[in-house]
Structures are given as C-alpha cells and as structure tokens.
Design a protein around this ligand. Structure first.
Ligand code: ARG
Length: 482
C-alpha cells in the first residue's frame, strides 16, 4: 500500500472528492523545473526550523530530527537517488514529504507558521542572490579580459565609425574600453538588484502574516539577508512579500541590457572578422565550418550570442506581462516566473563564460599566460583607417588654429576632400601647393595633423582616444576591478 500521507490528493485533502487527472497534474506541477531550487529550499527550511525551536514553537528534538532528515535528503539529491514525484507538484512538497517519511512528526511540524507562498518567494530570492554573485564575478572577468586585449592595442589605430561610415581614427584599445564601460554599468545594476533581492519574505505565511511568535529578523540573519551594516532585511508587508516579483523583473531587465551589450560586441566581432574587414581573428574553437563551402569559418558563437539576446529580452517581456493583471496577493500565475528567470540566468552565465575565453583566451598552466584570445591585425585596421578621409576633421581644426572660423574651415576642407576624391588619394597625399590652393594659411606642418597618428594623439581630452588617455583609463579600470 502506498503511504497516503505523502500523496498530494491527501495533502490538503479530506475536502477533495476526486484525484487530479494526469494532464492537470502535469499542467500544474513545477517540480521538473523548480527542483533546481532545492538547496535554497533546504537552507530556508533549516533557518525556519531553527527559529521555531528557539521560539519554543517546536521542540529541540524536532529540530534535531529535521536537521538530520534534511542532511539525508541533501545527500540523496546530490547523489541522484532522490525520487522527484510529479504528484507532489513542486520542490517544496517533494522535500517536505520525504522529510516526513524520514523523520515522522517533526517533518509535519516544519510547515508551522509558514506557507508555500512565503517559502517559494524566499527560495527564489536566495537562489537568485547566489546566481547574481556568480554573474558579478563573470562580469569582472570579462572586463579584465577586455583590458588584457586593450592594453597592448592602446596605440593600434582603426577607423572609428558613425553611421558605419569612416569618421575619425580611434585606438582599438579605446574601442574595447567602451565595452568595459558597458559591462561595468551592468555590474552596478546587478549589485543594485541584489540589494532588493536579498530581503526576506518568510514569516508572511500565506498572505496575512501568522499568529505564531516568529522571529523574522533571526531568520534573515541566518540566511544572510542583511545590508552592508549587517542589519536584517525583511519584506515589511505580508501581502507584498508573497506576491512581489519585482526583483525577478529587475534582474531580467539588467540581464537583457547586458545581453544587448554582448550583442553589440558580437556584431562588431562578426564584422571585424569578415574578409572585407579582416581586423581580427577569433580562435577556431568558437567558429564552425560549412557543410558545403570548404573555405568557411563562421563566427557561430558571436552570432548565437546575438540571437540569444532576443530570447532574454523575450523573458523580460514574459515576466513583466505575467505580473500586470494580478490582484493581491499570491496567485498561481507566479509559478510561471521560474522558467524565464532560470533560462535568463543560464543564458547569461554561459554567454559571459564563453566571451571571457573568446576575448581573453585560456590560461596555459605551463606558462601562466593566457592564450587563444582575439588576434589583432593592426595593419589591416590601419589600412582601413586610411580610407574615407578620417583626418578631415583634423584639417578643419588645423585651419581653426590658424584663425579661420570653424564653419569656414569645414567648408574649405569639404573642397579639399572633393579634390582628393577626384585624384583618388588621401588628403595627406595632396602636394602642399595644392592644399595651399584651398587656403594660404596651410603650411608644411599640416602633414603631421593629417597623419592618423597625429590625429589620434591630438584627442587627448579625458575620455578621448589618445593612447595616453586610453592607458590612464586602463589603470583606473584595473584598480576598480582589483
Ligand atoms: N510551486 C509554487 C510556485 O512556484 C509554490 C507556491 C504554491 N502556492 C500555492 N498557494 N499553490 O509558485
């Protein structure tokens, strides 16, 4: 005979006159995706049980039984021996039922003063907090990987674009540092989301609080739900506590923005490694061949990252829409928060991991150096910067320094560019006499300012592309990430 106590139709039970159909069970169950919350679920239950015992609501003997049973469950889950049951609906009921089988009445007392509503909200927050910490470490790694490529390339010149038209020469290091800025903002956002995630719903029970004398602050302290000063952080309205999923939405929004940054970087990597640019190579293991065209090496990893960005942004839309019509307090709709949230974490984590390696390479334990990151073709970059009159602004600035109003200088240079275009040459290749035909103030010193390097070095304002500025920013970033 099966143990009637741990079949769900019996769990809340005497009221129900018929069992659930298999289809309804599958439709309502979450155990096959929410089982990944098991560690948080056990951690939350142990904190709750310790507090119940400290408050005299359950006995010390019950607490000891619960701890003992949970230790065994932990081991069963880790070893794969735990039997997850669909009829027990979710991770919470699966673990509780197993506990009761193992330790009897103590297991049945665990749920005193608690509901699955505050339980699941606590579990998701605990789990997400841990994932945010992993993501913050990965974001720091990716920033370091970008700095490692930026540093030796601070003086390497490539064309900077606006409208994807050659605009002005920029340093390749400077270009990469733009992404370091984006990822540093992503880290700031995640750290901020973490503060609002790390608050305790437990103790709110189903929706209204509970009549047992719980010590919620104690539970928050046990679970590390504390602020910078170590003060316990509690959700302070029981209705909001059980129904709030803002933290999940905020997280997914921050993750979406981070994926958008990854996607923009991907698009550039894809362009740069195309034959028409030839600026960089990425290691073969991040590319695939074609089944028909033997010459192909396709940038599958950046392309997929660009594609997966759509999927994460989709999860943000899903989660925010999930909440829009819900009355207070908990509704079963909220069970639908998990798959988008989990997939967002998985996608972002894998993407960041792979980008750390693709950009910065892999550590060779023998040499202690990183190998196999982005390979830069500095010559191709510089050659490309020579096309498209990237130093035209520098000639205008030169004339301004000789006393021309900027608008007149701009017009004068437009004529010079037109002439150079018709001669099919760069501005720096026009003889001095020809340049002087556009304005008599032009002198021999013009050729320095028409050179790519002169142009780059001239942009020496804070945040500008001059190699000296780029190096200063690298120093600042390294200190920030240390
Ligand atoms: N599996 C549920 C969820 O993910 C747990 C909470 C269930 N609460 C309830 N009242 N049915 O949201």
């Amino acid at each position: 005979m099966t143990n009637q106590l741990d079949t769900k139709s019996q769990a809340w039970s005497a009221l129900f006159s018929e069992p659930m159909s298999e289809l309804v069970q599958r439709y309502t169950a979450s155990v096959f995706f929410d089982q990944r919350l098991w560690q948080a679920d056990i951690e939350g239950s142990l904190a709750h049980a310790a507090m119940l015992a400290a408050q005299g609501i359950i006995s010390q003997a019950d607490l000891a039984d619960i701890r003992h049973g949970m230790a065994q469950i932990r081991q069963e889950i880790e070893s794969g021996a735990f039997e997850w049951r669909l009829d027990l609906e979710d991770v919470h009921l699966n673990i509780e039922a197993r506990l009761t089988r193992l330790v009897g009445d103590a297991g049945k007392r665990l749920h005193t003063g608690r509901s699955r509503n505050d339980q699941v909200a606590t579990d998701v927050r605990l789990w997400l907090r841990g994932e945010i910490d992993t993501l913050l470490a990965l974001l720091a790694d990716l920033q370091r990987a970008l700095l490692d490529v930026a540093e030796p390339n601070a003086a390497v010149i490539l064309p900077g674009f606006t409208h994807l038209q050659v605009a002005q020469p920029v340093s390749f290091g400077h270009h990469l540092l733009a992404y370091v800025e984006m990822f540093s903002r992503d880290a700031e956002r995640l750290a901020d989301v973490r503060r609002r995630t790390n608050r305790l719903p437990l103790g709110s029970a189903a929706l209204a609080g509970t009549s047992y004398p719980l010590d919620r602050e104690q539970v928050a302290l046990t679970l590390g739900m504390v602020d910078d000063q170590g003060r316990p952080q509690l959700c302070r309205n029981s209705l909001d506590a059980v129904s709030d999923r803002d933290f999940a939405i905020e997280f997914t929004a921050a993750a979406s923005l981070c994926m958008v940054h990854i996607s923009r970087l991907s698009e550039e990597l894809i362009l740069w490694m195309s034959q028409n640019f030839g600026f960089i190579r990425i290691a073969d293991r991040f590319t695939t061949g074609s089944s028909i065209m033997p010459q192909k090496k396709n940038p599958d990893v950046p392309e997929l990252a660009r594609g997966k960005t759509g999927r994460v942004v989709g999860h943000l839309m899903g989660l925010i829409t999930l909440m829009k019509g819900q009355p207070l307090a908990y509704n079963k709709d909220n069970q639908e928060d998990k798959e988008p949230l989990f997939d967002t974490v998985d996608t972002l984590k894998d993407t960041l991991r792979i980008f750390c390696e693709m950009v910065g390479g892999q550590l060779n334990p023998a040499t202690g150096a990183k190998e196999g990151g982005i390979t830069v073709n500095a010559q191709a970059m510089e050659d490309a910067a020579k096309k498209g009159y990237a130093t035209a602004t520098d000639l205008a600035d030169y004339l301004v320094k000789k006393g021309l109003p900027f608008r007149d200088a701009h017009e004068t240079v437009a004529h010079a560019v037109k002439a150079a275009t018709s001669h099919n040459c760069d501005l720096s290749e026009l003889p001095l006499a020809v340049l002087q035909g556009f304005h008599p103030a032009i002198d021999n010193d013009v050729y320095h300012c028409l050179s790519l390097r002169g142009s780059l070095e001239a942009r020496n304002t804070l945040g500008g592309t001059a190699p000296a500025q780029v190096k200063a920013q690298i120093v600042r970033h390294r200190a920030r990430l240390a």
